[in-house]
Design a protein around this ligand. Structure first.
Ligand code: ZN
Length: 128
């Protein structure tokens, strides 16, 4: 799937789109792997609450500040985006049971933009 992000850093809830792909596949039991081939974004699962979304971005800012001297900035000026992406990881795997993603009530799947805005591609692979 393709998404267009709109900010430098943001969390985009992709749960409904992934659910639709699982439903369309007709898979009853299996594994859904969501991944991205980009190096300055992440895929995470957590609660979609506006305060928490801000806190997650705040945590990344605190752990990996933008205004530091990074070696990669000599060629690209986005070292902090790469380093934050490493902390989040680039994929999640979710079981599929009886045709549904096995997610808790408060769990949502997020694409985390760390160097936007950009057009991004997310790969959803279903193993039945
Ligand atoms: Zn870079």
């Amino acid at each position: 799937m393709e998404i267009q992000t709109s900010s430098r850093s943001e969390l985009v809830d992709i749960t409904d789109r992934v659910r639709a792909i699982v439903k369309e596949s007709g898979t009853e039991n299996g594994i859904c792997v969501i991944s991205t081939r980009h190096t300055t974004c992440g895929i995470i699962i957590n609660e979609n609450e506006s305060g928490l979304r801000k806190d997650i971005l705040g945590m990344l800012e605190a752990l990996v500040p933008e205004n530091k001297s990074y070696a990669h900035n000599q060629i690209d000026d986005n070292a902090h985006s790469h380093l934050r992406a490493i902390l989040l990881g680039m994929n999640e795997s979710i079981p599929i049971e009886d045709g549904h993603l096995v997610l808790g009530t408060w769990q949502s799947i997020f694409f985390v933009e760390l160097d936007g805005p950009r057009t991004r591609n997310i790969n959803v692979k279903i193993i039945s």
